[in-house]
Structures are given as structure tokens and as C-alpha cells.
Design a protein around this ligand. Structure first.
Ligand SMILES: *Cc1c(COP(=O)(O)O)cnc(C)c1O
Length: 354
């Protein structure tokens, strides 16, 4: 009886950050951008007709692919787009990680990696970050079926230099190396230029954080045309029309407004520096932040209790109940005003508890 249950694919799904919709809440828990998309996007959205929805979208998402190719000075056949970088990364796992050997990624990193490995039955080995939460390049020199890591890493916000990425790619010419650059625009140096030298390097980025468009679900990968062709072959074996017409059009449009984008990045970096200074003043410590979040711990106040107290104030940050990081909070950088409210609360908290 009920034998069909034996044939179910058993997976433990990824747990996304909460998306509560509370009036007046300060949402610093899923690394979204506090600023709206470019005014050019808002204007185009107003001018769009619902008739666009009657037809299937362009399966190649050509307008978006071409806009990205122009923007990054690569050929369109070096660009793959997907429904958020989660989709791009899932496709990349399926396409490139088919060895019997384990793929390597850090023990503390984006927690979707082990989920994709499980769902696609890809063997994997995690490599521990050192005591300062740094990825150790030499851990990735051994034989493997592929390598993936975010740069900057999440949830640590630590950025490794280009030479570090080069070292890992250099030692892994027989497998595909994926660098997940979800947070690269917040002051980091992209590994994109290395894709010219290394045909086995795939760089993945997203509109969800820096481009204020998490709701449109746009991610992309840039690499050698052979990598991109392989990704497209798998994608078209799954679902041809993955990108909706709004994402294609608005995703292309926003790339034209580089000034607005740069202003946003500067504001967030500036707010990050202010927040870091204030957190330090209150006794918090954290690795040097290079993403739009700070990964902070306090020697006196347990992160879990802080997390709960912040929640009661309608301030949402992210807490991970995981080995080694269960005394840390990942705090997204919001507006100056939001961060001021956070710091004011923490200041009172520290005084009251002292
Ligand atoms: C947010 C994030 C992603 C996925 O973002 P999408 O919204 O699917 O583009 C991928 N990798 C890391 C490290 C992230 O933090």
C-alpha cells in the first residue's frame, strides 16, 4: 500500500529568509536593496500594456542578453540569463557537476549549494573556513568534480581578491569553477575579466541585491560560449520560456541608468561604513564587510537573544542557528534612517543590559 511514496525524491529544501509584510517594519533580513529601482524602470512600467502578456515571451530573452552583453563588453553568446541567480545556479549545477568526484564549496556559505547538490545527486565536500572565516584557496587544489563559492562570501561579507580567484581557477582547469557574485557591486572587484583567460570559469550575478529588483527574478552568468551553450541546452530541455516579458524589458532598461545605480551603490557603501563604525562603538566585532550586509557578533550579548529583541521592535535581521555562526547576526544595510533606528535600539539594549 502507498508504494508510490517509496519513489518520491527526498529532499530537505532550502529555507529562504522570512518575508513578513508588517506595517512599519525595518526589513534587514534578506539583503534586499532599500532603494527603489531606477526611475527609468518605473516610467517604463507605467507605459506597459497588459497585451504583452498574451504572447509567449522571447525564449532567448534576446533583448536582455544583448543589453547585458553590451554592458559587460562581452558577446551575447557569453551570456546566460535565468529566473534569479538561484535558477542560473541550479542550471549550472545540473549542467557542469556531473563527475563522480565531489564538488567543493565552503562549510559556511550560501546554504542553497548543499540543497542543489542533494536534489541533483551530486557528491560534495565542504571545506572549512579558517578561524577568521576566510576561505583557504589551497583547500580547493585537490581533485574534485567542480568548485563553487560566493565572492564576497555570504553570510560573512568577506571579499577575496582577484588573485585568490585566479589561484583556484588555475588549479582546477579540468572542472568548471563557478564564482557567485551576488554581492560584487557593493565595492568588490569582479572576476569577469578572468573569463577571457579561463574557459572553465563561470561568473554568476543577480539583479536582486544591487539592482533593486529581487521581485523580477533576474540572474545571469557570463563565461566562455561553450559554457553558455551547455547551459542553454539544459535550460531548453526543461522549460524554454523561463523569462517573463516584464523581466526581459525592464531588466534591459535598468542597465541604461548607470548613474542612478552608481549613486545607490555609493549610498549603501556609505551607510555600511557608518553602521560599521557605530557597531564597533557598541562593542560588536565583524569581518570587514564588502557586501550589503554586516556579519556581527557581540562578546556579551548572545545573538539569538538580540535577534528576538530586535524582532519585537519590528526590526528583522537574519540569524542562523548553525555551528560556528550561531552567535552572529547578518544585518542588511538599509537606509540611513533604518540603520539609525537599529543603532539607537542597540545602544539602549547595551546600556540596559550593562
Ligand atoms: C541572494 C543570493 C543568491 C540568489 O539570488 P537571486 O535572487 O535568486 O538572484 C545567490 N547567491 C547568493 C550568495 C545570494 O546571497
Amino acid at each position: 500500500m502507498n508504494n508510490w511514496r517509496d519513489n518520491i525524491r527526498q529532499v530537505v529544501p532550502y529555507t529562504p529568509g522570512e518575508q513578513p509584510k508588517k506595517a512599519g517594519m525595518i526589513k534587514l533580513n534578506t539583503n534586499e536593496n532599500p532603494y527603489p529601482p531606477s526611475p527609468a524602470v518605473q516610467q517604463m512600467l507605467r507605459g506597459m500594456s497588459a497585451d504583452i502578456l498574451r504572447l509567449y515571451p522571447d525564449p532567448t530573452a534576446g533583448m536582455l542578453v544583448n543589453a547585458l552583453a553590451d554592458h559587460y563588453h562581452v558577446d551575447p553568446d557569453q551570456v546566460f540569463v535565468g529566473v534569479g541567480s538561484d535558477d542560473v545556479l541550479a542550471m549550472a549545477f545540473m549542467t557542469f557537476f556531473n563527475s563522480e568526484k565531489p564538488i567543493f564549496f565552503p562549510d559556511i556559505t550560501y546554504s542553497f549549494y548543499p540543497v542543489w547538490a542533494d536534489v541533483f545527486r551530486i557528491p560534495y565536500e565542504t571545506k572549512p573556513l579558517d578561524e577568521n572565516f576566510r576561505i583557504q584557496a589551497q583547500d580547493y587544489h585537490g581533485e574534485n568534480g567542480g568548485v563553487i563559492f560566493p565572492n564576497p562570501n555570504a553570510p560573512t561579507s568577506i571579499m577575496e581578491p582577484l588573485g585568490f580567484v585566479r589561484d583556484i581557477v588555475e588549479h582546477n582547469r579540468d572542472v568548471v569553477v563557478i564564482v557567485d557574485e551576488a554581492y560584487i557591486d557593493f565595492g568588490g572587484t569582479s572576476a569577469l575579466e578572468l573569463t577571457k583567460e579561463y574557459d572553465n570559469l563561470l561568473v554568476v550575478q543577480t539583479y536582486s541585491k544591487s539592482r533593486s529588483m529581487a521581485g523580477l527574478r533576474i540572474g545571469y552568468a557570463i563565461g566562455h560560449p561553450d559554457l553558455i551553450k551547455a547551459l542553454n541546452d539544459v535550460k531548453y530541455s526543461f522549460n524554454s520560456y523561463t523569462m517573463n516579458p516584464f523581466s526581459i524589458v525592464l531588466g534591459a532598461e535598468t542597465l541604461k541608468d548607470e548613474n542612478y545605480f552608481k549613486d545607490c551603490m555609493e549610498k549603501i557603501i556609505h551607510t555600511r561604513e557608518w553602521t560599521a563604525k557605530e557597531l564597533t562603538r557598541l562593542g560588536f566585532t565583524f569581518p570587514d564587510p564588502m557586501a550589503n550586509f554586516i556579519f556581527a557578533t557581540h562578546p556579551k550579548y548572545p545573538a539569538k537573544e538580540l535577534f528576538q529583541s530586535l524582532r519585537e521592535q519590528n526590526i528583522y535581521v537574519r540569524y542562523f542557528s548553525l555551528p560556528r555562526i550561531d552567535n552572529y547576526l547578518r544585518i542588511t544595510i538599509g537606509t540611513d534612517e533604518q540603520m539609525r533606528t537599529l543603532i539607537d535600539f542597540l545602544e539602549k539594549y547595551v546600556h540596559y543590559q550593562a
